[in-house]
Every structure is written in C-alpha cells, then in structure tokens.
Ligand binder design. Structure first.
Ligand code: SF4
Length: 260
C-alpha cells in the first residue's frame, strides 16, 4: 500500500522532530523562572542604597541578644505570597530583627505576631504563626510586599531610598495582575501606592487621598486602596491599633476581592 503523505517515513520523521521540539519548548518553559522569581532574585542582590546596606549588615553582625545564635538574613527582603493574589499588603520596610533576620516579610517579630493570626482568621494565611522561612506558611489570595526592602535605621527610610526601591514595586505590581485590593499598612505604604499610581499616570496628584485608619478609596485603575495603621509594636502596644480594628480591614479586603 502506498503510504499517504501524512504517514510517509519522511513526514513521520518531521512530525517526530516537531513533536520533539514541542517537548523541548515545553520543558524549557517549565524550567524558565517566573517573572516574580527573576524579580526577587534581583531584589535580594540589590545594593543600591549604601546607608541601608551598611545598616542591614551591621544589624546582622551585631544581632540582638535573644537571637545571638541566629544567622541573620541581612539582605533585602523580597515579597512573599500567592502570585495570583487579589489582595496585596503593602508595608513599610523589614524590621531590623524581624524579617532582616528571617528573610520573609513580617516573620519573627511583634508585627507578624499581631498580623498573621488575623490573616489566618480571615482566610488569607494557612497558619497563624510566622516563625521562620521554612515554617510552612502559605498566603492564600494574598501577597505581601514593602515600600522599601531593606531594614532602615529607626524604621525611617529616606526619600531617596524610597525612590531607589520604587522600580521593584512597579515591576511587582505589573506582575500581580489579579489585584483588586491594596491594603496599605501605615502612611509610607499608603503613599508608596499613590506614588506608583502617579508614576503610571493613573492619578495626577495625591490630593484628596488622605491617610486614616480604615479609609477606603476606589482608584481609577479599578483597585481599592484600603488604609490601616501599621501593626508595629508601638501602635499595637498602645492600643492605637487593636486586633478587631485590624481584622475589620482584612474582612473588608476579602469582601471587595470577592466582588461583594
Ligand atoms: S532598599 Fe531597595 S533599592 Fe535600596 S538597597 Fe534595599 S532593595 Fe535595593
């Protein structure tokens, strides 16, 4: 029987090659790092701010007495969570002995001890505790990042350091395509998101967007910006921010993300 063109040895060979090259492409794609992985790799190797590089490393060398046996991360802290998240938590910066020690946002400090049980209660975290990078914590429909990714002295980044770090936030926000809500923790996180919108010509200026706990703004890009006091020890120990106040913000975020 004369072979049909589709089953000729030559064609089968070509189909085999095509199939094989398709497999290769699939395998290559499977091995390709995601855009977030590439970004986070750049973040952890960044040394753009000399003052912050010196400080994060000094803290890592000198250590707090309680952590003297710990190997500090002492590098920029990358974002963490679900790449398909609809809710972004935008904080200020790593804590000197928290994420600057553990390498993961809000992990191993008082702010995280306050925040993660609430994220867990509302359904954004798989467990209430965040002790170290390998503790199994997963964020659900939630991603956490910061305006500045290196621990600053006195938790106060300079305007130039915020500006240096802003391109990382821009890239992160471009990758997190499903975002519907940004929960800004503190005024610096709040302003960081407004500045991002300004850089991208979504808003002309920050006038009309005042920071207040539980303030909510529907932004022209379709994202709702929710403001919260930062869960710093200073705010939570003094009762300026209580657990019910914080929980309410995340319940609101969940409702908005679900389109309710
Ligand atoms: S704060 Fe940001 S820009 Fe500055 S060194 Fe750290 S990662 Fe780099």
């Amino acid at each position: 029987m004369t072979p049909t063109p589709q089953s000729s040895p030559k064609m089968r060979l070509r189909q085999g090659r095509l199939y094989a090259s398709g497999l290769c492409a699939a395998a290559t794609m499977a091995k390709m790092p995601s855009a977030l992985t590439v970004l986070n790799h750049e973040v952890v190797n960044c040394a753009r701010c000399p003052r912050l590089v010196a400080y994060r490393e000094q803290v890592g060398r000198e250590k707090r007495r309680a952590y003297r046996d710990h190997e500090y991360w002492a590098r920029p802290v990358p974002g963490f969570g679900d790449p398909h998240a609809r809710v972004l938590v935008l904080g200020l910066a790593p804590g000197a002995h928290g994420s600057n020690r553990t390498g993961r946002p809000f992990t191993g400090d008082a702010s995280g001890k306050f925040m993660y049980p609430i994220l867990y209660k509302v359904g954004f975290a798989s467990q209430p505790n965040a002790d170290h990078r390998d503790d199994g914590l997963k964020l659900l429909d939630c991603y956490i990042t910061a305006a500045v990714r290196c621990a600053p002295p006195d938790n106060k980044p300079l305007p130039s350091e915020l500006a240096n770090c802003a391109p990382f936030l821009d890239r992160e926000l471009a990758i997190l395509k499903n975002l519907k809500v940004v929960v800004a923790l503190g005024k610096i996180g709040f302003d960081a998101y407004l500045n991002y919108l300004k850089r991208n010509s979504v808003i002309q200026n920050r006038a009309g967007y005042a920071f207040a706990h539980a303030a909510s703004y529907s932004m022209p890009n379709g994202v709702v910006l929710l403001a919260s006091y930062h869960p710093s020890n200073q705010n939570t120990a003094t009762g300026k921010l209580t657990a019910p106040m914080f929980e309410q913000v995340f319940r609101e975020a969940k409702k908005i993300a679900a389109g309710k």
